[in-house]
Ligand binder design. Structure first.
Ligand code: DON
Length: 305
């Protein structure tokens, strides 16, 4: 299997030349666009990897998957989906327009920025610091990696340039979707996006979801089966933003991308996959990572449909 993954990485490295690293968060522009890596973690506890699988990157939008799990655990699905819808979108991930024009007046789904700021605001805690500590603790548990930390340079860069996220959050405060302190919700969101991981870490999150909420390495249930099911469904329909339909056709499994270059994929009952390649396509998805997942899906017959 490692040999197959190695071949797939080398087959697709050429794609990295066709993408660009994110620059709208200045710190992300320092990434090496040629990096490409993959890790696979099966529900039977086997781990495989190839390429630049141990290079650290920030979760960015992949953290929205973790935020959704925590919001659902703390509030239940009725409250969460009263504040954020579960519909795919053809708009960009940071779009403002549908927030005002659409009825009901709430973000389309938890995988776009507006929706994710809402789920972050729904995580219980006395203040933002307590929420992000809880977020980190949970992320360490579901990655089986006690060393996971925030990259404070990326956090600072996000905070300094996150004006569009601020406008989304303040607008949502004005219509009552965000109930608590807007700045605290934004701070949690900027910090969760700046959590540093490798392909191995996100492959393990995918494996836990593939295993219906049970950690494959020790049998511990961390989320109810129903929460795992909801999260995977939202990933399948909304995880790649306005390219979610194309990803479902070409890869055929729940996935979630981030502008740091990572993609987390979860193949129900089989495995979690983490890929990383910071050169992005025009929609903000890792261009090489997507191609690697396409080939892995073909080779291992992973499409769920
Ligand atoms: O809020 C932002 O713009 C980033 N912190 C995360 C966005 C992101 O990862 C979109 N992904 N493709």
């Amino acid at each position: 299997m490692n040999k197959l993954l190695e071949t797939i990485i080398e087959n697709n490295r050429v794609w990295t030349e066709k993408g660009k690293v994110a620059t709208y968060i200045p710190e992300l522009s320092k990434a090496n666009p040629r990096h490409l890596g993959i890790a696979v973690y099966t529900v039977d506890n086997e781990e495989y990897f190839a390429g630049d699988y141990d290079v650290k990157f920030t979760m960015q939008s992949i953290s929205k998957v973790v935020a959704l799990m925590l919001a659902l655990l703390d509030n239940g699905k009725e409250i969460v989906f009263s504040k954020v819808d579960m519909e795919p979108t053809a708009d960009t991930f940071n779009s403002i327009s549908s927030l005002e024009t659409r009825t009901p007046n709430k973000p389309l789904n938890p995988m776009i920025n507006s929706g994710a700021i809402v789920t972050s605001s729904l995580i219980n805690g006395r203040n933002g610091d307590e929420v992000i500590e809880k977020f980190l603790k949970f992320t360490r548990k579901i990655t089986n990696n006690p060393h996971i930390e925030i990259n404070y340079d990326v956090y600072k860069s996000e905070k300094e340039t996150g004006h569009r996220n601020r406008s989304l959050a303040y607008y949502m405060k004005s219509i009552g979707i965000i109930e608590g302190d807007v700045e605290e919700a934004l701070d949690v969101y900027f910090k969760q996006c700046s959590i540093e991981v490798t392909c191995k870490d996100i492959a393990r999150i995918g494996a836990m979801l593939a295993n219906d909420g049970v950690l494959p390495w020790n049998g511990e249930r961390v989320i109810p089966r129903q929460v795992a099911r909801i999260v995977k469904t939202i990933m399948l329909t909304c995880g790649m933003y306005d390219a979610s339909g194309e990803f479902a056709v070409k890869v055929g499994v729940p996935g979630k991308s981030g502008v740091g270059g990572g993609i987390l994929a979860s193949v129900p009952s089989r495995m979690g996959i983490g890929v990383f390649g910071p050169a992005l396509d025009s929609k903000g998805n890792s261009i090489g990572g997507w191609k690697v997942l396409e080939e892995v899906s073909r080779e291992l017959d992973l499409s769920i449909l």
